[in-house]
Design a protein around this ligand. Structure first.
Ligand SMILES: Cc1cc2nc3c(=O)[nH]c(=O)nc-3n(C[C@H](O)[C@H](O)[C@H](O)COP(=O)(O)OP(=O)(O)OC[C@H]3O[C@@H](n4cnc5c(N)ncnc54)[C@H](O)[C@@H]3O)c2cc1C
Length: 313
């Protein structure tokens, strides 16, 4: 016996009463290329085994029903429960599912991505290892103009000449890689030599996150307000998890991603048919976009009546 008495612990290994299958079909990696040098690979899932005839969504239901020990019921009832939980933001059962990804992306994308604090991350160390000679380099047709409506965004392709100037500029900064290599050869530390590389250089990490927090990430980063390059990664992640948790993904699309949040003022505007009761230009523009999306008629224009002579007096 060891000093902790651990070898005395009796483990009750209950035999499976249901047949289970591997939700990743026995694969250790589902990999998708993103842009020229990037990728997202799903490397593990929890649960990894699901009862035959169900998807990994079962783990959400299993957790939600624990309070009264009913176990899982019919697939249709389970679907209804998952959708109910999602609609009512009963989020903890979604945290029972986890995914682990291996992601390769440019540093400027990693900076946006790392702001999502609810994941576990282990990143490539450019102090320990040499940075790869790989850079995000869009094609000429992907060079976007500054958006006029969104100060943070880009839209439509720029003209060919300007696109070429931009690509020449990227060529120049990428050429710094040669100097980086030479300085490493001369003994400059990796932790310092890397600081002259552009943010288009590639890094990589393992990223593990539960489904509740992953949906939060996807809602923000699949959205059109996010930068296109991180959106490409978010869409890839969604495509990877969708076959594993199809019911939860459908609820996410229906109740979060493609839903519209209405403010009190917007509800009032719908009820009254009048313009939004605010002088705030941006809020009004946001409402206009939602109104069009909802197919609602234009608000009734309030006519300015001429004051009568007695009123003028
Ligand atoms: C289109 C877009 C533009 C952006 N622009 C900018 C910008 O200009 N500048 C900038 O700095 N950032 C910017 N961000 C990043 C943004 O402000 C968030 O930091 C990022 O989206 C992560 O969101 P989060 O904190 O909700 O996510 P997570 O870190 O994943 O957190 C998930 C949720 O957990 C809770 N939570 C986590 N940690 C804490 C905590 N410490 N305290 C309280 N609650 C916590 C919150 O409810 C949070 O919503 C932008 C993001 C988007 C999508």
């Amino acid at each position: 016996m060891d000093s902790l008495g651990i070898d005395q612990i009796q483990i009750n290994k209950v035999p499976a009463d249901t047949e289970y299958y591997d939700v990743m079909n026995g694969s250790h990696r589902w990999e998708v290329k993103v842009h020229d040098h990037g990728k997202v690979a799903l490397v593990d899932s929890m649960p990894r085994l699901a009862p035959v005839g169900q998807t990994a969504d079962f783990a959400i239901v299993q957790a939600a029903r624990v309070s009264y020990g009913a176990g899982t019921k019919k697939v249709t009832e389970d679907k209804g429960l998952i959708r109910y939980l999602y609609r009512h933001q009963h989020t903890s059962p979604f945290e029972m599912i986890e995914f682990k990804f291996h992601c390769v992306m440019p540093v400027f994308i990693a900076r946006q991505w790392i702001r999502h604090r609810t994941a576990n991350v282990n990143e490539y160390s450019a102090r320990y290892s040499v940075m790869p000679d790989k850079f995000y380099h869009p094609s000429a047709e992907d060079v976007r103009k500054q958006s006029t409506s969104n100060r943070q965004g880009g839209e439509d392709a720029t003209d060919t000449k300007t696109a070429q100037e931009f690509l020449d500029y990227l060529d120049q900064v990428e050429a710094n890689y040669k100097t980086y290599s030479e300085l490493l050869d001369k003994g400059v530390s990796r932790e310092l030599a890397r600081i002259g590389l552009p943010v288009s250089v590639y890094t990589e990490w393992y990223w593990k996150i539960d489904l509740h927090n992953l949906f939060h990430f996807l809602r923000l980063r699949m959205d059109s307000h996010s930068q296109k390059e991180i959106r490409d990664y978010a869409n890839t992640i969604f495509a990877l998890i969708r076959p594993i948790v199809p019911v939860a993904c459908e609820a996410f699309i229906d109740y979060a991603f493609e839903s519209i949040k209405l403010t009190r003022l917007e509800i009032e505007a719908i009820r009254s048919g009048k313009p939004l009761n605010t002088a705030n230009k941006r809020e009004t523009e946001e409402w206009e976009a939602k109104r069009k999306q909802l197919g609602l008629p234009e608000p009734v224009k309030v006519e300015q009546t001429q004051p009568s002579s007695t009123e003028q007096a």
